[in-house]
Ligand binder design. Structure first.
Ligand code: HEM
Length: 415
């Protein structure tokens, strides 16, 4: 008979250590070799691939979002009201399923494919506007712009709103830092976003078009959503979109352009983009962990977890698990027959935007590699929290020709 352990018996992980900050995936993978389950300041940490994958779809593990918002201490008001009613606060069940249904249809894999030519045009337009004679800050000139332009298209807004959309998403996503010092800025950004969304909805009600918001209004008219759900979705799409997508686009540019052989192959064979992006999302995912909360006392890996325990599936550890990926610390776009990455979580909590953002990343790297075989990374920087990979710097020179280039050794430069 196996002896059950308590959370207090578990080893303690330190996500603030210099080792973790500098080489997070190596450290996660070392931890995973020693332990399947551990604990940290934020809760219980799952490190094993199977344990994480099962936890992500476990019916007894619900959303971790309410606890996160509690921790931030959001005051009563419109932002908190929005959060309470948004998809993130709903646990498994009919209401969650009904809420997700119209969005999963509108943002399906097929819909994202149909949108691909438009995304290609968006990418081309931004790249064409960039100077070729000096280094360019690709975060502001490209990575932020693509997803925020897509959002503007969704809500029928002028492209001049893209800067506001990007800034707002970056600010509201600060909730994931778990640091209450960000709360005033988060509240202010949500207030502005809510006003903005109300304006956009009023505009589209007057002049419906061929865009996502008009589709949602049609879903409301046919009784699939009520007016509050519609509004909450339009806020949620702004919240979750630019910040995550921009960082993942930037990660992909750095990981691929810093490997001249891969970049050259991609430039010559754009059809490799899908597998190159899949490997980027495995090797260096935006999502390092995703959260859940125990709904009623349960046991995981022989540990008793009381109701309310915060649980984190360490996706970063699973992606560097040698039992599932051969030589996981090697970047290899030719991997085959290995499990799909968990960058977008899974099950009824899975990322609604996963198909569209994948198309955005694929189109961006395929276009850049083809147009700029000699793209030179002048300065890059990453920051890794327990939750996310963020790109803090991405300065590049857009070289059409391919001079002799070496791989960028400062891949994990700290911010
Ligand atoms: C590369 C960029 C992105 C990454 C890495 C990412 C990752 C994630 C992850 C890990 C989750 C939680 C899944 C889980 O816990 O099982 C999630 C949820 C979500 N994502 Fe994304 N996301 C990205 C882009 C987007 C975009 C572009 C949108 C908007 C279209 C979006 C909308 C959402 C929504 C609405 C949820 C909540 C789903 C729910 O609670 O039912 N995400 N995302």
């Amino acid at each position: 008979m196996t002896t059950l352990r308590a959370i207090s018996d578990l080893p303690v992980l330190d996500f603030s250590s210099a080792e973790y900050r500098n080489a997070p995936f190596q450290v996660l993978s070392d931890w995973a070799r020693k332990w399947k389950i551990a604990r940290s300041e934020r809760g219980v940490e799952l490190l094993d691939y199977e344990l994480c994958r099962n936890a992500i779809v476990d019916r007894n593990l619900g959303t971790g979002h309410p606890k996160l918002i509690d921790l931030l201490g959001l005051p009563e008001g419109r932002p908190l009201e929005y959060k309470r009613n948004s998809i993130s606060f709903h646990n498994r069940g009919d209401r969650r399923r009904d809420l997700r249904r119209p969005l999963t249809r509108i943002l399906s894999e097929e819909a994202a494919e149909r949108f691909r030519p438009d995304i290609r045009k968006v990418v081309t337009g931004f790249v064409d506007a960039m100077p070729a004679d000096r280094p360019v800050d690709l975060i502001s000139a490209l990575c932020d712009k693509i997803p925020s332009a897509v959002y503007c298209h969704w809500v029928g807004a002028p492209m001049s709103d893209a800067g506001f959309v990007a800034r707002t998403s970056h600010t509201v996503q600060q909730v994931h830092t778990r640091e209450p010092r960000h709360t005033p800025a988060v509240v202010e950004a949500f207030e502005a976003l809510i006003d903005y969304v109300d304006e956009r909805i009023a505009d589209r009600r007057q002049t419906p078009g061929d865009d996502l918001l008009s589709d949602l209004i049609r879903a409301e008219t046919s009784g699939q959503l009520n007016a509050d759900d519609l509004r909450n979705w339009v806020i949620k799409l702004a919240e979750a979109n630019t910040d995550n997508s921009s960082h993942q686009i930037a990660i992909a540019i750095i990981e691929l352009a810093s490997r001249p052989d891969v970049w050259t192959r991609l430039g010559a064979q754009p059809e490799l983009a899908a597998r190159a992006v899949r490997e980027v999302m495995r090797y260096h995912p935006r999502t390092i962990s995703t959260s859940r909360e125990v709904l009623s006392e349960t046991k995981l890996a022989g540990v008793v977890l009381p109701k309310g325990t915060p649980v984190f599936a360490n996706i970063g550890a699973t992606h560097w698990d040698a039992d599932y990926y051969s030589a996981p610390d090697e970047f290899d776009i030719d991997r085959a027959g290995e499990p799909l990455h968990l960058n977008f979580g899974g099950g009824v909590f899975s990322c609604i935007g996963r198909f569209i953002v994948t198309v955005e990343v694929e189109e961006t790297v395929a276009f850049l590699a083809r147009r700029f075989p000699g793209l030179a990374l002048e300065a890059t920087g990453f920051a890794h929290s327990a939750m996310f990979t963020s790109v803090t710097q991405l300065l590049a020179r857009l070289e059409p020709a391919s001079p002799q280039r070496g791989a960028n050794p400062r891949r994990y430069a700290t911010a």
